[in-house]
Design a protein around this ligand. Sequence first.
Ligand SMILES: [Fe+2]
Length: 190
Amino acid sequence: MAVVRIPEENRTLAHREAITEYLAACGIDYERWQPNHSVAADAPAEEVLSAYAKEIEELKVRGGYVTADVIDVNARTPNLDAMLAKFSREHWHSEDEVRFIIAGKGVFHIHPKAGSVVAIEVEAGDLIRVPRETWHWFDLCSDREIRAIRLFQENVGWTPFYTESGVDQSFEPLCLGLSYIQGSTSGSAT
Ligand SMILES: [Fe+2]
């Protein structure tokens, strides 16, 4: 399950209801999906899409998405650093950014028009929808691996518009993990 941090307020959310509610207030949809049949994290893309066909179809109807695919980003990805550098600068898109995580981990930072920056650490089973025109950026965790289903409203693919605000420079792409939060005795998790 995801872990949500609001660094400027020194807050961490590690419970599903609290996370869903907080993100909804920021305009971000968060869900947990279960496959309709067991599927290995490294299964071929068609198998993964088939296992989540029901959820994908529901999302397509809800959000007007026309295509879905599976993206793999890992140490074997050509020009990985250049690719990650594109993700990790604050940007926005003219369509929703929708990701369902199959394997690996990453951190989305969301910069709401009003309110504090939110860091969302996602892992397998997490669906996140970042609405069009939302300012955000993304980093991998230290294992530098993620596999995700993507949905698109247009066929042109991933097109970023960079804000050049520099805000992304002020936030570390920390990946704490849920077990760290739950094992913490600091009491900061809510
Ligand atoms: Fe993006």
